[in-house]
Design a protein around this ligand. Structure first.
Ligand SMILES: [Zn+2]
Length: 157
């Protein structure tokens, strides 16, 4: 298990448009594993490579600890529809939440850790997570889009 440092708002890496992953190598797989460890350690539901200081187009999403882990390399949004407005937070903006409008449905494609093409569909929270992480690859934090950003009530120590 290798934890990486999560960069926080204000760090320049988080504002950069990330470059595509050239080839899906063992190094990329190692980074994805570290990202999963780091996300789980921080109790997050998604993490993008730039958040751990790697300005490359890949992210992971796991909205339910018992559910599937989505890993997407060089993702592209294929289709979106509908609308949802709900609370969002980010491991790079610790302690805060805000209200963000997102599509309610997203179809997204990319490469998996073997370099094979994959396509996923998400609704509601999963769609929100895909869009949030995708935005990170373009250097966009949710705080740019959110209304009513406020300190979250602490539910855990
Ligand atoms: Zn985030």
């Amino acid at each position: 298990m290798a934890l990486r440092k999560i960069l926080t708002e204000g760090d320049e890496t988080l504002t950069k448009v990330c470059r595509p992953v050239g080839e899906v190598t063992d190094r990329i797989r190692m980074i994805l594993d570290d990202m999963a460890d780091t996300m789980h350690d921080a109790n997050g539901v998604g993490l993008a490579a730039p958040q751990v200081g790697i300005p490359r187009r890949m992210f992971i999403v796991q909205i339910d600890p018992e559910g599937p882990m989505y890993e997407l390399i060089n993702p592209e949004i294929v289709e979106t529809s509908g609308e949802q407005y709900g609370e969002e937070g980010c491991l790079s903006v610790p302690g805060y939440v805000g209200m963000v409008k997102r599509p309610n449905y997203v179809k997204i494609k990319g490469l998996d850790r073997n370099g094979d093409s994959v396509e996923y569909e998400g609704e509601e929270l999963l769609a929100r997570a895909f869009m949030h992480e995708y935005d990170h690859l373009d250097g966009i934090l949710y705080t740019k889009k959110a209304d009513d950003i406020h300190y979250a009530d602490s539910e855990e120590e």
